[in-house]
Ligand binder design. Structure first.
Ligand code: NA7
Length: 556
């Protein structure tokens, strides 16, 4: 491990892991610093029961190595956390990544040394490391959010967070468990916790629109067909808004299987290319919509693309959705509380579940609507709301993350002239292409705010960014440049463009409060952070910037 590598990488999740491999292969020395004790990032930390990816695994996997694609078997169409972590470990072994990773090392400060043109990174343990280039591969959802509830420290039972779940198994048998939060993590965990615990109390502030996930085991024939067509599939990803190919295997399947496989990749939490034409939801009567949901399940509503563009169609879909919940959940009061009413489908990331609504028909599950009666305090033995006290043994926070900006801000980045990122971003993230910051020469971010990131298949977004950064460093070395820096006007223009394309979409309607907007963190500026213009358009822009000699950047 070299002590002053060419590149210091912060994080050894999927972004940091690929960065090590890519930069090494172009002759750079690298060192990655990782807070966890092993690789995997999100999939290392989020070990809660039910954790699962919401993008199909054959697509949510690296595309940089033909051999890797050929040799890896996915057990399910949408894999569970342990299988994805196993994949991360396999990649780390196969490409010998660990020799350039320092684990259990949390970076506490990232400071530019102007005179030496180096980045200096300080760690929690007091170490200092320096490198010419710094790549922040810190992830979009890596800083867990724990709400500031009075009395939180008084609770004498066990406290867990879905985003920091212990590696060793947690035995909940016979326990009274409480969970706060009903986003993706809560929705995935709730059915599993209910199966294990003596009793589960769900504290819900905002109901969710969730649809049944694809639960299929992977069939060998499907996997083989993917393998045979991987080149084309990776190409299709590059030209799809959400970086998901939508490839449907045809050859090696029977007729029935083929019909089933037509929905192989649906639903997925990242937007697929909109279906052209087809029926709009407003073409159906209310009764027809209801029958459709009864026959085909709630997921059918996601197929009406007009529901994502036309407010009237959106409301029709929301109504049909609520009717579907009422049909499913036996207790009318619980059903009503589970119905989302304050925002529409398409505002938040689509949640996928396994048995979520049915879980509320179990005798050992209670739903508490904390919007009606807010949480007042956590007590020694449980929790108090405006109108009741609840006792339990285990408290699970499924309260999300300080998304997109949280990890970058926590790294305490200080650029040229002592300019702190925290000050620069006081009113929201400002950066060029989600890749670089003015005043921070030679520092790059992987899937930073202003890039498609979480609106895209993350693995596709990661590879594109790491390749772009690698090519940029290569260009600099070939041209004898020692410094590259985004220009403030290019940065401002890009931020303006990111905001302009988000305007008027379902993501930014006034009633919408999502982590995409930072609305889940009190005091965080309300700005739509990912780039919603689609991955291909974004990728092309990055390619144009590079082809034009890194337009919007200045070399020194
Ligand atoms: P989310 O989607 O941010 O969900 C967090 C949940 O926690 C949500 O239901 C919140 O309600 C709830 N929450 C947060 N703070 C509180 C307080 N103080 N009181 C009550 N309830 C609260 O995070 P997830 O981890 O589920 O998912 C994040 C992403 O990870 C997901 O989209 C996938 O991409 C993977 P609220 O809606 O704010 O009223």
């Amino acid at each position: 491990m070299s002590e002053r590598p060419d590149v210091l990488i912060v994080g050894a999740g999927f972004a940091g892991m690929y960065a090590i491999h890519r930069f090494r292969s172009q002759g750079l020395s690298v060192l990655a610093l990782e807070a966890g004790s092993d690789v995997g990032g999100t999939w290392y930390w989020n070990r809660y029961p039910g954790a699962r990816c919401d993008v199909p695994s054959l697509e949510y996997s690296y595309g940089f190595s033909e051999d890797l694609q050929r040799e890896w078997d996915w057990p399910e169409v949408f894999s569970a956390q342990p299988d994805i972590l196993r994949y991360a470990n396999h990649v780390a072994d196969r490409f010998d990544l660990r020799r350039d990773i320092r684990f259990n090392t949390r970076v506490t400060a990232v400071t530019y040394q102007e005179a030496a043109n180096l980045w200096r990174l300080e760690t929690e343990a007091g170490e200092t490391l320096e490198a010419r280039y710094c790549v922040m591969a810190t992830g979009c959802l890596s800083v867990p959010n724990t709400p500031d509830i009075p009395g939180a420290d008084d609770f004498e039972g066990c406290v867990l967070h879905t985003g920091l779940w212990p590696a060793e198994p947690v035995d909940l048998t016979g326990k009274r468990v409480a969970i706060i939060g009903t986003g993706s993590s809560g929705v995935q965990a709730i059915p599993e916790l209910a199966r294990e615990a003596a009793h589960l109390t769900v504290f819900q502030r905002t109901p969710v629109y969730t649809v049944p996930a694809n639960r299929k085991a992977m069939r060998a024939a499907v996997q083989e067909e993917f393998r045979a067509n991987y080149r084309q599939i990776r190409e299709m990803q590059q030209n799809n808004a959400g970086g998901v190919s939508g490839f449907r295997p045809v050859k090696s399947t029977s007729r029935t299987e083929r019909a089933a496989d037509r929905t192989l990749n649906l639903p997925s939490a990242v937007p697929m290319a909109p279906e052209q034409g087809g029926m709009g939801i407003l073409d159906l009567t209310e009764e027809q919509r209801r029958t459709l949901v009864r026959e085909r399940g709630l997921g059918v509503l996601l197929a009406f693309r007009d529901a994502y563009t036309d407010p009237e169609a959106n409301e029709a879909a929301n109504t049909a959705f609520r009717d579907g919940i009422r049909d499913r959940v036996r207790d009318p009061e619980t059903a009503e509380a589970l119905c989302p009413t304050t925002y529409g489908l398409g505002c938040k990331r689509q949640v996928l579940d396994r048995d979520y609504y049915d879980t509320f028909n179990r005798d050992n599950v209670t739903l508490v609507d904390v919007r009606r009666s807010p949480i007042e305090a956590i007590t020694r033995t449980g929790l108090r709301t405006g109108d009741a006290e609840y006792d339990f043994d285990v408290l699970v926070y499924a309260t999300g993350f300080d998304a997109m900006t949280g990890a970058l801000l926590r790294a305490n980045i200080t650029g040229r002239n002592g300019i702190r990122l925290a000050d620069k971003w006081a009113h929201g993230p400002i950066m060029y292409l989600g890749l670089a910051l003015s005043d921070c020469p030679n520092l790059f971010t992987v899937t930073g705010p202003g890039s498609p990131s979480v609106l895209c298949n993350m693995l596709v977004a990661i590879e594109q960014h790491v390749n772009w950064i690698g090519d940029c460093i290569d260009y600099m070395r070939r041209h004898g440049h020692e410094r590259i820096e985004a220009q403030p006007d290019a940065e401002a223009e890009w931020v303006q463009h990111v905001n302009a394309v988000a305007e008027g979409t379902m993501y930014t309607t006034p009633s919408c409060n999502s982590w995409y907007l930072g609305a889940n963190i009190p005091g965080k500026p309300r700005i739509f952070m990912p780039y919603v213009g689609g991955y291909p358009r974004y990728r092309e822009r990055c390619e144009q910037v590079a082809a034009a000699g890194y337009e919007g950047f200045r070399f020194g």
